[in-house]
Design a protein around this ligand. Structure first.
Ligand SMILES: [Zn+2]
Length: 314
């Protein structure tokens, strides 16, 4: 489902406060005693050799690393990251974001056995090769605009929930994590847990003009979780890169389980616009995903672009 908003309504985020951000993390250090925040094992039991990124490098090279993720857990999380990477790859290539050492190319998944559309950046020029997939592009010559369909490769939406939860747990203050140890169960399960603590929700916003030069992650907490039968998820994560913002609502907090009733309205306060001065953003397009889906899916991303020229092969 896609919604487009031109000139925003006034979104106010009165009920949430920022509790931690990727700017406040102590970076990776070697040769110190460590405890893994996810499996609770210590450096005498498991190894901590890999430099674990809190913000995956698929969002761009960054130094937001941690001292509380062991190699075993890191290995599990890499699998989840690959699903997130598949979902965001069209945007990474389009925005020319350097991941580990280069700007990755994007290739659409094959359709009817035909050669797939390719997008890459060469010498700072964005190039598209549609081969015979001309129905992947709609061109408006009078305005030099086009709409391109990018068909992602297969990925598991449930893994996206798990990696975003892992990033959130990395930012959770220790006392909040102690109250919510059940979050760790969500990280290592194969199927969504049906223990009354679900409702993870994911929104993605594409901003018309604002570009974030470096990726960032911020964790927000509700001041009140129940206001006049209106229930607010206790925590949400905001992950921003390029012109994309993900907002992920964590599963229900254990502390608030007793107030969670079917008769409550759940209120998702979407887009923490107050944070980035909304009046300067000219357009926001947003959509939501079913992140409890455990089967592999592909998504057709429709992206509007403007162009300088179109070249034919012959
Ligand atoms: Zn671990």
């Amino acid at each position: 489902m896609v919604f487009i908003i031109y000139k925003m309504i006034d979104f106010k985020l009165n009920n949430y406060k920022l509790i931690n951000s990727s700017d406040n993390i102590i970076p990776f250090k070697r040769n110190i005693q460590k405890v893994c925040r996810f499996c609770n094992k210590t450096s005498s039991e498991v190894s901590f050799n890999t430099v674990p990124h809190i913000i995956p490098e698929l969002f761009g090279k960054n130094s937001v690393t941690s001292n509380f993720e062991c190699d075993n857990c890191n290995n599990t999380f890499q699998l989840y990251e690959s699903s997130l990477s598949t979902l965001v790859l069209p945007y990474i290539t389009l925005l020319g974001i350097r991941t580990k050492n280069k700007i990755p190319s994007f290739q659409s998944s094959k359709k009817n056995g035909k050669k797939a559309t390719l997008m890459r950046i060469r010498d700072n020029v964005r190039e598209f090769n549609f081969h015979n997939n001309l129905d992947d592009i709609e061109i408006d010559y009078s305005e030099n605009k086009c709409t391109i369909i990018f068909r992602t490769k297969k990925f598991v939406p449930f893994h996206i929930h798990q990696i975003l939860l892992k990033i959130s747990i990395s930012l959770l203050p220790e006392s909040d994590l102690i109250e919510n140890k059940h979050y760790l169960d969500h990280l290592f399960c194969k199927e969504p847990l049906n223990n009354g603590s679900e409702i993870p929700e994911l929104w993605r916003y594409q901003l018309g003009n604002k570009i974030f030069k470096k990726p960032s992650a911020k964790l927000f907490k509700a001041k009140d979780v129940l206001v006049d039968k209106e229930e607010f998820p206790e925590y949400f994560l905001v992950l921003a890169f390029g012109n994309i913002v993900f907002q992920y609502f964590l599963p229900l907090s254990k502390k608030n389980k007793h107030i969670h009733k079917k008769s409550n309205n759940i209120s998702f306060e979407i887009f923490p616009a107050f944070y980035w001065n909304i009046s300067k953003i000219n357009k926001i397009e947003y959509n939501t995903f079913d992140i409890l889906e455990t089967r592999k899916v592909t998504i057709d991303e429709k992206i509007d672009l403007t162009f300088d020229k179109i070249q034919s092969d012959n």
